[in-house]
Design a protein around this ligand. Structure first.
Ligand SMILES: C[S@@+](CC[C@H](N)C(=O)[O-])C[C@H]1O[C@@H](n2cnc3c(N)ncnc32)[C@H](O)[C@@H]1O
Length: 211
């Protein structure tokens, strides 16, 4: 078992790892390909990897600030020879420094930290600040999909979306008992696997910005 430090040091050595902002802003299509999907807060990357395997004609970038977690995804992508995936270590706060306007074809928010305390509300990945960043980098018609165990984050997100020029395409407090379940949104994340085993529901929202 590697220590956190060993994982952090190993992560940049994998071919799929982008250990820092690679300055591909405006060049993602030529550097990697399209359609370009991003997963924010991908953690150890199980969703990212299964997504890449399920949709070999798409390119997915898993983003997380913790390289010891990204290490797990990058290691498996390398061992399994998955070529349509990259793992980028960065803070989501600077997303518009990473991607150009209208550069991203789809976005996933997979079990983001719910930040239940009022004083941390701005850190929620569906706060107005983040929604504005997403609206810039996403192409017209591109969708954002959220999966969360947190009822409060789900409700907060619906409240924030009501204030935005967005079209909500689907929302449900229990994805697996809903008509919205499909091949894409049933791909499991690491946290989701744990939460489902505990009997918790996956709340789900799909929306797009009206440009
Ligand atoms: C609750 S975990 C979920 C991990 C994974 N999506 C899953 O479902 O298994 C949230 C992840 O978001 C990452 N994260 C939180 N805030 C972030 C930020 N501002 N920038 C980049 N990553 C962030 C954390 O490091 C963590 O790995």
């Amino acid at each position: 078992m590697k220590s956190k430090t060993e994982k952090k040091n190993k992560f940049p050595t994998y071919p799929c790892s982008l250990a820092n902002n690679p300055h591909w802003k405006g060049e993602w299509a030529t550097r990697l390909g399209t359609p370009l999907i991003v997963e924010l807060g991908c953690g150890k990357g199980s969703f990212t990897l299964t997504y890449a395997q399920t949709f070999p004609d798409r390119f997915i970038v898993g983003i997380d600030v913790k390289s010891d977690r990204l290490y797990a995804g990058a290691k498996r992508a390398t061992e399994w020879n998955i070529n349509n995936v990259r793992f980028l270590r960065t803070d989501i706060f600077i997303l518009t420094e990473i991607f150009n306007n209208n550069e991203v074809d789809g976005m996933w928010l997979t079990f983001p930290d719910p930040y239940p305390k009022k004083k941390h509300i701005r850190r929620r990945l569906t706060s107005p600040y983040y929604l504005e960043q997403y609206s810039k980098i996403l192409k017209p018609q591109a969708t954002v999909q959220l999966k969360t165990d947190s009822r409060s984050l789900y409700e907060y997100t619906l409240e924030m979306l009501a204030l935005q020029p967005v079209e909500i395409l689907a929302y449900t407090p229990n994805l697996y008992q809903s008509p919205y379940l499909n091949e894409e949104n049933s791909i499991l994340t690491d946290y989701e696997t744990k939460f489902l085993a505990q009997g918790l529901n996956t709340h789900y929202i799909r929306f797009r910005f009206q440009n």
